[in-house]
Design a protein around this ligand. Structure first.
Ligand SMILES: C[S@@+](CC[C@H](N)C(=O)[O-])C[C@H]1O[C@@H](n2cnc3c(N)ncnc32)[C@H](O)[C@@H]1O
Ligand SMILES: [Zn+2]
Length: 290
């Protein structure tokens, strides 16, 4: 975690500023703890990644294998103890997500050259240099690292520690990543100039995400893409959106949709699942302004 990120991050339990204790650093903080003096919440920084989850033992409850791995990686004894306490407290509630998150991180690695990403990059070229940019569900950082080439400060959030480990492999002094839930107040009341949310509407209640994003933009641009692949059995969201209702909801929130994306778009997004398996989506894109 970059030392400079502290100014932007907030306690996800109470919204207060955080204080940091650094155990190990080189160009950035490798191991440390972020602490909220108001509600006493503590958040670990492990392998340069701050985990701003309201309950770390709950985060590890769904990632027992990951918990074991990071326990062995951590060098500092205080941080190791913090991790051990969380692991001992945890009661696995659902399936372990470790293997799934590893698998998807590998799929994104192999799919970096999908035309989808170059299409979005081309659409980002004319966007004026922004001070503060946020990408929701950045995964391994394909777009976030691109954005950091031309914008001042860029953040990516994702709940997958494994994906962010890939993302953190390349260092940039204006780019940082946080493990956090989309809807948590990880940036408090901070406004952003540019927000991206690519292909995430199936994974969170979409209207809630749009409202959350809307509160973070007073004068800026939002780029949303989605394949509307909402049929996910018990994991399906309650209120899916489609081409029309996505645009309608954005307009209701005060966004103006750019003329180019007023009508539904069809962009191929190809994910390489295995040597002989492709997942081919047809993705819609909306670019809007407030
Ligand atoms: C379908 S992938 C899309 C990745 C990337 N945006 C792209 O288009 O290539 C969705 C990403 O969102 C993350 N994610 C899903 N639900 C989340 C949540 N509630 N909070 C934070 N991250 C979440 C997943 O870990 C995953 O990396
Ligand atoms: Zn707090």
């Amino acid at each position: 975690m970059l030392e400079s990120s502290l100014e932007f991050l907030r306690c996800v339990c109470c919204g207060s500023k955080l204080e940091q204790t650094v155990f190990k650093s080189d160009k950035e903080i490798v191991e440390g703890i972020l602490e909220c003096k108001k509600c006493n919440a503590k958040y670990p920084i492990i392998e340069k990644i701050p985990i701003l989850w309201n309950d770390f033992s709950n985060y590890l409850s769904f990632r027992k294998k990951l918990g074991g791995k990071i326990y062995h990686i951590i060098e500092n004894s205080t941080l190791k103890q913090f991790c051990k306490t969380a692991l001992l407290k945890n009661d696995q509630i659902g399936d372990d997500r470790t293997a799934l998150e590893e698998r998807w991180s590998n799929i994104y690695q192999k799919s970096k050259s999908s035309k989808f990403y170059s299409y979005i990059k081309k659409n980002l070229d004319p966007v004026k240099k922004s001070n503060l940019v946020l990408e929701y569900g950045c995964s391994i950082g394909i777009m976030t690292s691109f954005l950091a080439k031309s914008h001042k400060t860029v953040f990516g959030i994702d709940r997958s520690f494994t994906a962010l480990r890939f993302a953190k492999k390349s260092y940039k002094d204006n780019l940082d990543y946080v493990v956090a839930d989309f809807l948590s107040p990880v940036f408090g009341k901070q406004f952003f100039d540019l927000v991206l949310a690519l292909n995430v509407l199936e994974l969170v209640e979409p209207k809630e995400l749009l409202q959350h994003i809307s509160k973070q933009i007073s004068n800026g641009l939002v780029i949303i893409s989605d394949p509307y692949d909402f049929d996910r059995g018990i994991h399906s969201v309650k209120n899916p959106l489609d081409e029309k209702s996505l645009r309608m909801n954005l307009e209701k929130l005060g966004f103006k949709i750019t003329s180019k994306t007023k009508t539904p778009m069809h962009i191929p997004w190809n994910l390489k699942l295995g040597p002989r398996t492709m997942l081919n989506y047809d993705v819609d894109l909306v670019i809007c302004k407030k």
